[in-house]
Design a protein around this ligand. Structure first.
Ligand code: SAM
Length: 219
């Protein structure tokens, strides 16, 4: 069995009892950054062996890991924060397992876009998850497509690019489109601000933007 185990996106209380049990019970935990994850596991008193599994080696190691799973070794996959596979490594390994008929179980748990979307107050019955936009090539094409969607969409953005991103969203969606910037979710300085794109630009231009960010844009 391959267990996909979501880990906290900030607040260390946000991990399920089942996630902790599985991380304790499996012989190997695949982790994006073993140093970051060692700290996390130490916090919960878990001493399971950690093995590196990240964007730079996932292509090379996926089939070998699938062989080990096929031979009967259970493993858990975690990322630095949130749910593996959601703007994080995981998809290639899950696909390899599914193709081979190996069992995969993804535990429900933390991910940044769900609390951002729900707390935004923007329609969340139908939505599009975009994740990170490409930095250069294809960015404008993607923005044009997103602006034309008939429902809410969700972006992940770095604090350094937030103002540029808001400018681009204003250019493509218009200044009066309702949107939300959700910052530092589950952490001490959590901020969820819903307003028009131009109001958000004005608000976040006032001081240096810090922390992790989800942008939600209404239709
Ligand atoms: N796998 C993660 C998930 O399930 O959400 C996403 C990992 S992605 C590499 C990291 C991005 O997620 C950040 O740049 C930010 O856009 C978003 N994010 C992660 N934690 C966050 C938080 N506490 N508050 C707001 N956004 C967060």
């Amino acid at each position: 069995m391959l267990y996909i185990v979501p880990t906290p996106i900030g607040n260390l209380e946000d991990i399920t009892l089942r996630a902790l049990r599985i991380l304790k019970e499996v012989p190997v935990v695949l982790a994006e950054d073993t140093r970051t994850s060692r700290k996390l596991l130490d916090h919960y008193g878990i001493s399971t062996h950690l093995r590196a599994f990240h964007a730079h080696n996932e292509h090379a190691v996926v089939e070998r890991i699938a062989d080990e799973l096929a031979s009967g070794t259970d493993m858990a996959l975690i990322s630095d924060a949130g749910t593996p596979g959601i703007s994080d490594p995981g998809f290639l390994l899950v696909r390899a397992c599914v193709r081979r008929g190996l069992q995969v179980s993804c535990l429900p748990g933390p991910t940044a876009f769900v609390p951002a979307l729900v707390a935004s107050g923007l329609p969340c019955d139908t939505f599009h998850y975009e994740g990170f936009l490409p930095h250069k090539k294809g960015r404008q094409t993607r923005l044009k497509y997103l602006a034309s969607l008939p429902h809410t969409f969700v972006l992940y953005e770095s604090p350094f690019r937030l103002l540029k991103c808001l400018d681009e969203l204003i250019a493509h969606c218009g200044p009066d489109r309702q949107a939300c910037v959700a910052r530092e979710l589950s952490k001490m300085y959590e901020e969820v601000k819903t307003a028009t794109l131009s109001e958000l630009k004005a608000h976040f231009s006032e001081k240096e933007v810090k922390g992790e960010i989800v942008v939600v844009v209404g239709a």
